[in-house]
Design a protein around this ligand. Structure first.
Ligand code: Q9C
Ligand code: ZN
Length: 342
């Protein structure tokens, strides 16, 4: 399988995040993508291609245009206001506040277009976000043009980003962009299978009222895990979308024996939907040694995930999401892909 990768991700670096009451270096760091890329090479998965540049039309099919246009303006506005380092919001228009009036100050605009403080913007962030988007669309075109599968080595990830908000290390929802792009290229139905440890709240929100894009999430129960405010089992879609959103929340400590039962059930729902293509939001933060997660998958489990997905027999685009055990991230992420190819 071919991989699409851009070195421009590396400009999104030196971020800080708030966790457990402390400001620490960001877990979502450039070495993640570099280690995955090195493993793609050492495992001889296939050639590594550079992305083609795209305009932002495909992003605006799933995100509000004003949100997409805001993203490249963030760092220039931050610098113009005399700051450097990470631009991070600290005030959000939650219940009881006005979420319909865009403020004039960059600090306030950041809160307006975010659901948490987990998506810092540094000098190279927009260029990296744009490259991640280009990577996803270039890999999607490979599959559309006849490849059985492709790997979009996206960084930063995307599945927490919703129609008009960033958060959780995510800015543009790459998986949502490519699923919509497949529809716009003539696919009748597309499935998104999100196996990242965290619920893909952005992907769910974007397609919640749709019956032409099925969204399936396997994740840690939001009652006890980030993103906390979406991802419960009773969220099934609304209007014509009812029945086309499926959530499999699981408790801390879940290992592959239980996790794979959810995957099998998800696969049966996916087969019943009979999509023309599928997008896998592939996060490997389900790993037992992940520093911010509480599942217990082992490195030997990731090829089994790939093999199960391959049995669906669908054109498949893998889009990289989370995974923070950097030392093993290459083995685990590429393990899914080599398992798929067996
Ligand atoms: N103790 C992705 O995997 N921090 N995003 C949670 C919980 C945010 C994860 C802290 C985690 C975001 C793409
Ligand atoms: Zn995650």
């Amino acid at each position: 399988m071919k991989t699409v990768y851009s070195p421009l991700h590396a400009g999104h670096a030196g971020t800080m995040e708030l966790i457990s009451g402390a400001i620490v270096p960001g877990f979502e760091k450039p070495s993640r993508a570099e280690i995955i890329r090195a493993r793609v090479e050492s495992e001889k998965l296939g050639s590594i291609l550079a992305p083609e540049p795209h305009d932002l039309v495909a992003a605006k099919r799933v995100h509000r245009p004003d949100y997409v246009d805001f993203l490249p303006t963030v760092y220039p506005a931050w610098e113009a206001s005399g700051r450097s380092g990470s631009a991070i919001p600290f005030t959000w228009p939650t219940r009881g506040l006005r979420g319909d009036v865009l403020p004039k100050t960059i600090d306030a605009q950041l809160g307006f277009y975010a659901f948490d403080g987990g998506a810092p913007v540094v000098k190279g962030t927009w260029e990296a976000v744009k490259s991640s988007y280009d990577v996803a669309l270039t890999a999607a075109a490979l599959v559309k043009n006849g490849e059985r599968a492709a790997f979009a080595l996206c960084r930063p990830p995307g599945h927490h980003a919703g129609d008009a908000f960033m958060g959780g290390y995510c800015y543009i929802n790459n998986a949502a962009v490519v699923a919509q792009w497949y529809r716009d290229q003539g696919a009748s139905r597309v499935s998104i299978l999100d196996v990242d440890y965290h619920h893909g709240n952005g992907t769910q929100q974007i397609f919640y009222s749709r019956n032409d894009i099925q969204v399936i999430n396997l994740h840690a129960d939001p009652a006890t895990e980030y993103p906390f405010f979406l991802g419960h089992a009773d969220e099934k879609g609304e209007g014509v979308g009812e029945g086309f959103n499926l959530n499999y929340p699981m408790p801390f400590g879940t290992a592959f024996d239980t996790w794979s039962v959810a995957l099998d059930d998800a696969c049966s729902k996916l087969i019943a939907y009979a999509p023309d293509a599928m997008v896998v939001s592939v996060g490997v933060d389900t790993f037992e040694k992940d520093p911010i997660s509480e599942f217990r998958l082992t490195s030997a489990d990731y090829p089994k995930i790939g093999r199960r997905i391959a049995r669906l027999g669908l054109p498949t685009l893998f889009v990289m999401e989370g995974g923070y055990a950097v030392e093993e991230i290459g083995v685990n992420a590429v393990g899914v892909l080599t398992g798929f190819e067996e």
